[in-house]
Design a protein. Structure first.
Length: 398
């Protein structure tokens, strides 16, 4: 997806918000239909049946008929894909959409003439029942666009994202392998010794966010003051997310250009960042500590970094088993939890090797990936010691 900032007029903004409302309404109806299904009962309606029901609803309700059929049908299409992802065990079950959160809709069957450039920094996109909406032409729009999605974040900003297959970054061809260890204090440590930290809010901005959150806790629900404070918090959060997204794009492009193989730990980020609150009957443990860790993981951009690496360097990203990568000495391969004295220091209890703990882990990730590559070419198996003693020549098989 190539995302651009939209600049709608007030009238266009109202029309876009109406499209978002229709898409949210249709999505929630689909969620409600599937929520009534239980084993033994007739199956919930599929996409084709829901489209037929949508046609009947548009005939009966004028306010729904006034909206775009493309927007409403694509909301059902998105729901069908979400259910397929749920049954494929790659995503969670689709849930209700709330006004002001995750607002957006998708447009398909886009023609080349539906996107045009007006000047060096301004472009236009044609939206059904809205007309031509301007956007910031920050970079070239990819060719062959067949669909796009318009979204509105909590800060009230509108964006358009054109669906296009990204062009892979060519490999340098040097055969170099880099290991990447993701962490909270250090967002990404490289086996080359680099320590990368995702940018966040500045100190003054973080203090202001804390003051706003305290104001929000005291504000009365439904009041104008609460809405104003929530909007200010959303703007700060959006600024932080933009910086993190920009950092991920730059780091992923740099790694894809410099290295042929990029090795990362195979971490289940979605599972790791689930809440630990539990239920009233079975409350969770260390909830506050887990919540802080979850926020740190998400702020470090673990998942997005690997996703963008896979987009820009397809087939060159190796996912390595994360077990013992932070407890293994890269010099003698001795495994001991005591070797990691602190978050930053690794000192092997067997050989005395000292190094930055995150860099040591990144080197272990790199060596494991390099071992896999050697084993694939008929070399020694990965994960075991490499015998560097000279070997006698074996008689060739006749």
């Amino acid at each position: 997806m190539s995302r651009y900032r939209l600049s709608p007029t007030p009238a266009q903004e109202a029309a876009l918000a109406e499209h978002c409302g229709h898409a949210r309404f249709v999505w929630n109806l689909a969620v409600e239909q599937h929520a009534h299904w239980t084993p033994g009962r007739a199956s919930a309606p599929g996409f084709a049946e829901q489209c037929r029901q949508l046609t009947e609803a548009r005939t009966e309700f004028a306010w729904l008929r006034a909206g775009s059929i493309v927007v409403q049908q694509q909301a059902l299409k998105d729901f069908a894909q979400a259910m397929a992802n749920f049954f494929g065990k790659t995503h969670r079950r689709p849930t209700w959409r709330k006004r002001g959160r995750g607002e957006g809709f998708r447009i398909v069957a886009v023609k080349a003439a539906d996107v045009r450039r007006l000047s060096r920094t301004v472009g236009e996109v044609k939206v059904p029942k809205v007309g031509w909406v301007r956007f910031r032409w920050s970079r070239a729009v990819p060719g062959g666009v067949k669909s796009y999605r318009i979204t509105r974040d909590r800060a009230g900003r509108w964006h358009v994202a054109f669906a296009a297959i990204p062009t892979p970054v060519p490999a340098p061809g040097t055969g170099e392998v880099v290991g990447v260890d993701r962490g909270v204090t250090v967002s990404a440590a490289l086996s080359t010794g680099g320590l990368l930290r995702a940018p966040g809010l500045r100190e003054a901005e973080a203090k202001r966010l804390l003051r706003l959150q305290r104001k929000l806790a005291r504000a009365k629900r439904g009041s104008n003051r609460r809405a104003t404070v929530k909007a200010a918090i959303a703007r700060l959060k959006a600024r932080e997310a933009d910086r993190r997204r920009d950092w991920v794009e730059k780091i992923s492009t740099d790694l894809a250009r410099r290295f042929d193989v990029i090795a990362v730990e195979d971490l289940k980020v979605r599972t790791m960042t689930r809440t630990a609150r539990g239920t009233i009957e079975a409350p969770g443990r260390n909830v506050r500590q887990r919540a802080g860790l979850n926020r740190g993981i998400l702020a470090a951009g673990w998942g997005r970094l690997v996703t963008r690496l896979e987009h820009k360097a397809p087939g060159r990203v190796r996912k390595i088993d994360p077990r013992h990568t932070s407890q293994t000495c890269n010099a003698c391969r001795h495994i001991a939890r005591e070797s990691r004295e602190s978050q930053a220091l690794f000192r092997c209890v067997a050989c005395g090797y000292r190094a930055n703990a995150d860099v040591n882990a990144a080197k272990n990730i790199r060596d494991t990936a390099a071992g896999h590559a050697v084993a694939a070419r008929g070399g020694p198996p990965s994960g075991g010691p490499v015998n560097r003693e000279p070997q006698p020549d074996l008689p060739s098989a006749a």
